[in-house]
Write a protein that binds this ligand. Structure first.
Ligand SMILES: Nc1ncnc2c1ncn2[C@@H]1O[C@H](COP(=O)(O)OP(=O)(O)OP(=O)(O)O)[C@@H](O)[C@H]1O
Ligand SMILES: O=C(O)[C@H](O)CO
Length: 519
């Protein structure tokens, strides 16, 4: 479990980079844990007329509050919300992952469980993140609750990643199995989450704004924890409270792209063609207020704040890092080399120009939204030598699985960075890398990286050599996508980032910490 984050007890200079990295990761996750996040997002004011205040809006409350939720982090969010709302909450239903209560109990995370006499009913479903009968039952209870509301009511909707599978309500005559078949095929053919959820929205009664329509004329307040790059509220959990501008033509384009048109179930064709005559449904969503209350950027901001407190010159590179792990690893390795050249006080020179050129080229190729390295590189170049540097980033990379090993994208990234740095040691940058202490850390904020029990891993430029001394060949493990097995064996698992399930999820976080070695 991620403990509540306090500042580090020891003086920053006496702490290892390792301890700094762990502190930053814990702080980043701490700020998007359900309870603190909910407490920041909404306040129940009881002076005068009781009202629920969220950002610039105040919703009058008089025991007229209902709650629904769906997603992997929603149980903790519901527990925190119920505590804030007290007796004003009349009734609630949340759809959460199969086995989550036992899991949280086992991990000692009681604060994320509902109290014994809670007014919120919990349905566990979507085993293996796939919609099932239980999730279907939860979705229909949620729909019923929403449809029974009046203009005097306020519906609080809690949304987090994993919500799509936990809120299945296929538009008749589509059957659950038919819808699942389409989404499974799309996912296996490499569709993006935007494409996948565009189709899900078109085939669902509740997604793509359907829940907000069902709740009308009640007010709808939707609090959203984002697990998608750029925080698009219409895509996160397939946007059940967000107007959907998706057209049937847009859906057909996606289905054509992935060669699915000829194998669509008849029911899906029927629903898509009937939506051509009613392209978007009602557009008035003035009764809805959607607010993103937790995101990768928020977590990175907190890590930056903490790193600055520790004495680092800190920069957030991007909260939208995506792309193949091996290419992202090359980008991070070149950034590390650039920083080492800069902090070693090397003035303008051909080596740094070369690294800079390679970096800009690679960054352009990766097309990471909003990543502009020109100014950060200038700033790094202008830093006084020996300055501690912290670079932070977040997002979600992808791994093309080729082997049958055990791992996750964060552990694979950490291992790839170590390999890239090892290779760089043989180049002109090697001398400068040797003069710096470097720590690379990548972790999933949900505490689980792929199907492993680690959240991620730490690495550095000496890892490959040290592993070789233990008879472990990094390239062999990487070629089998076996990063977890590697990190479990190497130095008895010391480089694994082990946090346990955190109860939240804002994708992944990377931290690079660099300081000149004492000479
Ligand atoms: N052996 C492996 N090595 C590297 N990556 C792996 C391996 N096996 C699975 N993965 C990656 O793990 C991811 C799936 O795990 P996980 O459930 O953590 O991701 P997710 O479904 O995107 O969940 P979330 O967004 O909640 O973290 C995929 O990106 C997959 O490519
Ligand atoms: O539930 C979903 O659709 C994904 O987790 C993206 O939010």
């Amino acid at each position: 479990m991620i403990p509540a984050c306090r500042g580090p007890a020891s003086h920053p200079r006496s702490m290892s980079l390792w301890e700094h990295g762990l502190h930053l990761f814990r702080s980043a996750v701490g700020v998007v844990l359900p309870a603190p996040m909910l407490r920041r997002a909404m306040v129940l004011k009881t002076d005068g007329c009781p009202r629920l205040v969220v950002r610039d809006r105040a919703f009058p409350v008089r025991r007229n509050l209902y709650l629904v939720g769906f997603g992997k982090a929603v149980l903790g969010m519901a527990a925190a919300a119920e505590e804030i709302l007290g007796d004003h909450l009349i009734q609630g239903v949340v759809s959460v992952p199969h086995g989550i209560r036992a899991c949280l109990q086992q991990a000692g995370m009681e604060e994320m469980l509902l109290k014994p006499h809670s007014r919120i009913q919990v349905i566990e479903g979507a085993k293996h993140n796939l919609p099932d009968r239980e999730a279907l039952r939860a979705a229909s209870m949620i729909r019923e609750l929403a449809e029974g509301l009046t203009a005097d009511d306020l519906l609080l909707v809690l949304v987090s990643g994993g919500g799509s599978a936990l809120l299945p309500a296929p538009t008749p005559p589509i059957l659950l199995e038919e819808k699942e078949k389409v989404t499974k095929l799309l996912a296996s053919r490499g569709a993006t989450i935007q494409e996948l959820n565009t189709i899900r929205k078109a085939l669902s009664l509740l997604k793509g704004g359907g829940l907000a329509r069902a709740a009308y004329p009640a007010q709808v307040l939707s609090l959203i924890l984002s697990d998608v790059i750029g925080n698009p509220v219409d895509i996160i959990a397939s946007g059940p409270t967000v107007y959907s501008s998706t057209s049937a033509q847009g859906c057909l384009q996606i289905l054509t792209k992935y060669n699915l048109l000829s194998i669509l179930p008849r029911s899906v064709e029927t629903v898509l063609s009937s939506s051509i005559s009613d392209p978007s449904g009602p557009k008035d969503y003035s009764h809805v207020y959607n607010v993103v209350i937790g995101s990768n950027s928020l977590a990175l901001e907190e890590a930056k704040h903490q790193a600055e407190d520790l004495g680092y010159w800190t920069l957030i590179l991007s909260a939208a890092v995506c792309g193949e792990v091996s290419r992202v690893a090359r980008l991070y390795s070149q950034l590390i080399q650039f920083v080492c050249l800069s902090t070693a006080g090397l003035g303008e020179g051909p080596l740094r120009d070369q690294v800079r050129g390679d970096l800009l080229k690679l960054a352009a190729e990766l097309e990471i939204p909003g990543l502009n390295l020109v100014d950060p590189l200038k700033a790094l170049q202008g830093l006084e030598s020996e300055r501690w540097v912290c670079l932070l980033a977040g997002g979600e990379t992808t791994v093309q699985l080729q082997g049958n090993g055990k791992g996750g994208r964060n552990q694979e990234l950490a291992l790839q960075v170590a390999l890239e740095l090892h290779r760089a040691k043989a180049t002109g940058a090697g001398y400068f890398l040797g003069r710096c202490e470097v720590l690379f850390l990548s972790g999933g904020t949900d505490g689980q990286d792929g199907p492993t029990e680690a959240a991620g891993a730490f690495s550095s430029q000496d890892l490959v050599d040290k592993a070789a001394q233990e008879g472990l060949d990094v390239e062999t493990f990487l070629s089998n996508n076996d990063s977890y097995t590697f990190f479990s064996k190497f130095q008895n698992g010391r480089h694994l980032l082990l946090t346990g399930l955190t109860g939240t999820n804002v994708m992944d976080i990377q931290a690079i910490l660099i300081r000149a070695r004492d000479r």
